[in-house]
Design a protein around this ligand. Sequence first.
Ligand code: UDP
Length: 325
Amino acid sequence: MKVLVTGGAGYIGSVVTERLLNNGYDVTVFDNLERGHRAAVDSRASFIEGDLRHANVINDAMARVKPEAVLHFAAYALVGESMERPELYFENNLGGGMNLAAAMIRCGIPKLVFSSTCATYGTPLRVPIDEQAPQKPENAYGESKLGFEKVMTWYAKCHGIQSVFLRYFNAAGATDRLGEDHNPETHLIPNVLQVALGRSAAVRIFGADYPTPDGTCIRDYVHIADLADAHLLALRDGVSGAFNLGYGTGASVRQVIDAARRISGCEIPCETAPRRAGDPPALVAAGEKALKELGWRPQYTDLDAIIESAWRWVRQYPDGYEKER
Ligand code: UDP
């Protein structure tokens, strides 16, 4: 099966690309390399350097590749940045996504697997969060992803494109070869591990006065290898609709720091900082639908195992993908 992977040089897209190739898929990666890394793209994949914001570029690529399905990861994904520069998020995530969808319509591509997010729910009325929960994003990132879900829901009705929305909770961890390397890095686990490595002085805890047991935000951290598996399941014939991808267990910022201390054996100093705009207090998935309907069988449900994999990766590649490998 031939597939096009947008954002295949990014953190999650690169892991899914590797997994697809290992399972015999013919993969073309489409990526502008603005935030992704050429070195993260598996050498077995074809590669097109291009930006979804240029409609003609994605049209040409789609017509050339003519995939049977598209897996769409290419997007900006930083909550904090999205509240400072929301226009970037609507232009790239929504505008770029619409160019991609238009190219799919033009070329008659029948299936999309979309990298969506729990940020589309905003602060949920109930935790854990199931797929029926109201989607009321509290940051521009979540709104841009929800906007694209809505567009694709109409294109399913009107153009028959089958879409699967995989709403990730917090992607984390690393495989042997592939890990998290953003510049600037804003995510909790890599930031904590940078302190353990001695490359930054202290972890800043964004808010210690949330209505949670230890006052810090709770998230459902999911290993990227488990996320990758869900994409292969989503590609199967007849699968469509939204699936939450989380383990149903939450860890607070302080619990993540404690786990990293245990695993690294390092002290990891931390300090309390003001809340970050757009952060809901707790996001934990009710993942039953993915287990039942997708047949998802996650392997890394233990936070320590996730952090251990990330710790292994940062020690092996302390400069990330900077040095081409
Ligand atoms: N966080 C923090 N310090 C950091 C980075 C993140 O306290 O250096 C907090 C952040 O405010 C949120 C949680 O950790 O409550 C997870 O943030 P991350 O950016 O990793 O993922 P997000 O939930 O924003 O997708």
